[in-house]
Design a protein around this ligand. Structure first.
Ligand code: T4K
Length: 376
C-alpha cells in the first residue's frame, strides 16, 4: 500500500501509553476487585465531577444506559403522560432510550445552523401527553438551552440533554453538564474522551441520584432488597482506570483537535455550497466531529459523490446522521421524516470528515484536496 493510500478512518481512539495504563490497573490485580463500584469507579466519578463542574454525577457502562436509566429514574410515563419530544438527527441511542422505556418519541425539527432542537418548533409539539424534552447537543453544538428550558418550565416538563458529544465543553464558563434536569455523556472509544465504553449522567437532584445508582445495579437496594426493575449498567474498574489515564491528557487532545479543525477550515471555509460546523459565541468546543454539509446545486457535487471519492482513497468519512432515527426500519414507517424537513435535508447532505487528535496535517490537506476536486 502506498503512503497516500494509507487508511484513514472517521476517528481513532485516544489512548494513554501502555505503561501508564498498566500502572493504573496494577491495584486492580492486587485487590481482585474488578467491578461493582470499586475504588477506580469512585475516584473517576469524583475527578469527572470536578472536571465537568457539575454538582452530582454517576457513571455507567455507556452513554446509552445513562440516558435510558435517567428516563426510567425520573418515572416518566407513570402519570399517563408518555410523549418525549426529541430530534431525529442523532445516533440511534437517543430515540431508542425513549422507546425502550415504553415512551413515545415525538420528533421536533432542528435549527439549520446548529442542527440542534429548534425551540421555535418545540411548543407546537407539546400535548397533554408530553412529559419531557430530550434535546441533543449534536456534534458538540449546544442547544438553545435558555429557550428550551423556558418552554419546558412553562409546561412542567423534564429536560434531559443528550450531551454525548460535548465532553469538556463550557458555555460562558459553565459546564454543559449543568443544564436541564440531567445531562448524559458518552465515553465511548470514538469520543473525545473515552473510558473504552462508558458514560455518565449529571444532575442536581440527590433523590434522582439514589434511584439511578440502584437502577444501574438491577434495582438492588442493599443485600436483601430489590426496589426496582433495573439493568446492569455499572462501569467496571478497567474502564474507570482507562478514564483516569485519559483524563490526564484530555486537554492536550482537545487542543490537537482544535488545530485539526483550524487546518480543515483554512482549506474549506468560504467554499460556496459547503457549510461547515457553526462557531457558537461563548462556547468552548471540543472539536469531536468535523461535519460538512454539501449543497449539490452550488458546490457541484453531492455528499455521496464526495463520500465515494474519499473512499477510493481509503478515507472513511461517515454519514453521521443518516438516516434520521425517525426513518429507521426498526420503526416500520411509524414516523414520517418529512415532518422534520430541516433535519431531513441536513441528514441527506452531511458528511463527517475524519477527526481525531493525532490526525496528521498532511492527511487533512489530502482530504481537503479530494473534497475540493469533487467540485465540477
Ligand atoms: N447519543 C449520541 C448523540 C451518540 O452519538 C451516541 C453514540 C450515544 C448517544 C450513545 O453513547 P454510547 O452508548 O455509544 O456510549 C459510533 C459509536 O459506537 C457511538 O458511541 C457513537 N455515538 C456513534 C456516533 O459512533 P459506529 O457504529 O459508527 O462506530 P464504528 O464502530 O463504526 O466506529 C467508527 C470509527 O471509530 C471506526 O471507523 C474507527 C474508530 N474506532 C472505533 C472503535 C470501535 C476506533 O478508533 N476505536 C474503536 O474501538 O458508532
Amino acid at each position: 500500500m502506498t503512503q497516500n493510500m494509507k487508511e484513514i478512518l472517521v476517528t481513532r481512539s485516544s489512548m494513554p501509553s501502555f505503561e501508564e495504563y498498566m500502572e493504573e490497573i496494577r491495584p486492580i490485580w492486587d485487590s481482585h476487585w474488578l467491578t461493582n463500584m470499586g475504588p477506580k469507579h469512585a475516584e473517576l466519578a469524583e475527578k469527572l465531577r470536578e472536571y465537568l463542574g457539575v454538582e452530582r454525577i454517576d457513571l455507567f457502562t455507556n452513554g446509552h444506559m445513562a440516558i435510558e436509566l435517567t428516563l426510567q429514574a425520573m418515572g416518566l410515563g407513570q402519570d399517563g403522560r408518555n410523549e418525549v419530544i426529541t430530534t431525529p438527527f442523532t445516533f440511534a441511542s437517543t430515540t431508542h432510550a425513549i422507546v425502550r422505556n415504553g415512551l413515545e418519541p415525538v420528533f421536533c425539527d432542528v435549527d439549520p445552523e446548529t442542527f440542534t432542537m429548534d425551540p421555535d418548533r418545540l411548543e407546537e409539539k407539546i400535548t397533554e401527553k408530553t412529559c419531557a424534552v430530550l434535546p441533543v447537543h449534536v456534534y458538540g453544538n449546544i442547544c438553545d438551552t435558555e429557550a428550551i428550558e423556558r418552554i419546558a418550565r412553562k409546561h412542567g416538563l423534564k429536560v434531559i440533554y443528550d450531551a454525548c458529544h460535548t465532553f469538556g465543553e463550557t458555555v460562558n464558563g459553565k459546564g454543559v453538564g449543568t443544564f436541564g434536569d440531567a445531562s448524559c455523556f458518552s465515553f465511548h472509544a470514538t469520543k473525545v474522551y473515552n473510558t473504552i465504553e462508558g458514560g455518565a449522567a449529571c444532575f442536581r437532584d440527590g433523590k434522582l441520584g439514589e434511584k439511578l445508582y440502584n437502577l444501574k445495579n438491577f434495582g438492588i437496594h442493599g443485600p436483601e432488597e430489590v426496589r426496582a426493575v433495573g439493568a446492569n449498567a455499572k462501569m467496571n474498574e478497567f474502564c474507570a482506570a482507562m478514564g483516569l489515564c485519559n483524563l490526564r491528557h484530555v486537554e492536550k487532545e482537545i487542543e490537537k483537535r482544535r488545530q485539526a479543525d483550524l487546518r480543515y477550515r483554512t482549506y474549506l471555509e468560504g467554499i460556496p455550497g459547503l457549510q461547515l460546523n457553526c462557531v457558537q459565541p461563548g462556547v468552548r468546543h471540543n472539536y469531536g466531529y468535523f461535519p460538512a454539509v454539501f449543497d449539490k446545486e452550488i458546490f457541484g457535487a453531492d455528499r455521496n459523490e464526495v463520500f465515494e471519492a474519499l473512499a477510493k482513497h481509503n478515507i472513511g468519512a461517515r454519514k453521521y446522521f443518516w438516516p434520521l432515527t425517525s426513518a429507521f426500519a426498526a420503526f416500520a414507517g411509524k414516523y414520517d421524516p418529512r415532518e422534520t424537513p430541516v433535519a431531513l435535508k441536513v441528514s441527506e447532505n452531511v458528511l463527517t470528515l475524519p477527526m481525531y487528535a493525532d490526525l496528521e496535517t498532511e492527511d487533512i490537506d489530502r482530504i481537503c484536496e479530494i473534497v475540493v476536486v469533487c467540485r465540477k
